[in-house]
Design a protein around this ligand. Structure first.
Ligand SMILES: [Zn+2]
Length: 222
């Protein structure tokens, strides 16, 4: 089971996908109830086109603290940035630097932990791939890899769903997180997603080969 990324005591270095101070928004009053022909759903008072992903799921809004060349700036807060996590996972860019991450043999390098593995061998992850140039530094410094990881070359993967918080209606307009309020893993296509505010995109890695990271780095032409 995927670990939900909680702020670390020692957050480690800041990557492209890590959120910086002031970027995360938490305004429950922005959310309300939408009325549709097939039932009510969670929405923003002023929902716009960019608030939902391609599969119609509502996403947490966030700010961007970026330099002129588009790099995140500021002290990082030890969790992933919803927009940048979504973009890098969707397009499979490197999570460290938003670089192209496809390897010369057209696969993707992922560093995964044991709790991301399902019993059938599939890896279900919220972490984007890493490019060959950033892989060694990432392996050495990301706190989530501190207790061990496996290096995979991934030939095939598919978007699976999201991690999000389920909301419930309170009265005729207001909403609040359901009791417990814990983020949950939800597959695309489930009706529950109508009431979920997503903040992580989840991908299943299927065609995977376990490799030695440093051997791959030595032998890959760049
Ligand atoms: Zn990179």
């Amino acid at each position: 089971m995927i670990r939900f990324d909680e702020p670390e005591n020692e957050p480690g270095p800041a990557f492209y996908i890590t959120a910086r101070e002031g970027e995360l928004s938490d305004d429950p009053l922005a959310l309300t109830i939408g009325r549709g022909s097939s039932g009510d759903y969670l929405t923003y008072w002023d929902e716009t086109e960019g608030d939902r992903d391609a599969k119609g799921v509502l996403w947490a809004r966030c700010f961007h603290s970026l330099s002129r060349n588009g790099r995140p700036v500021g002290r990082h807060v030890g969790v992933l940035h919803p927009d940048r996590q979504y973009g890098t996972m969707l397009h499979r860019y490197c999570g460290v630097g938003a670089c192209p991450a496809r390897t010369p043999d057209k696969r993707y390098l992922h560093l995964v932990t044991a709790d991301e593995r399902l019993p059938d061998g599939t890896v279900r992850t919220i972490h984007p791939p890493v490019c060959l140039d950033h892989a060694a530094g990432y392996a050495a410094s990301d706190p989530r890899l501190r207790n061990g990881y496996t290096t995979l070359l991934v030939g095939a993967s598919a978007l699976w769903g999201v991690i999000g918080t389920a909301y419930a209606a309170v009265g005729s307009h207001a909403v609040r997180p359901r009791p417990g309020g814990q983020p949950r893993l939800l597959p695309y296509g489930t009706d529950e997603l109508r009431w979920v505010l997503a903040n992580r995109l989840v991908r299943d890695l299927t065609d995977v080969e376990e490799v030695d990271l440093y051997r791959v780095l030595r032998e890959s032409p760049r």
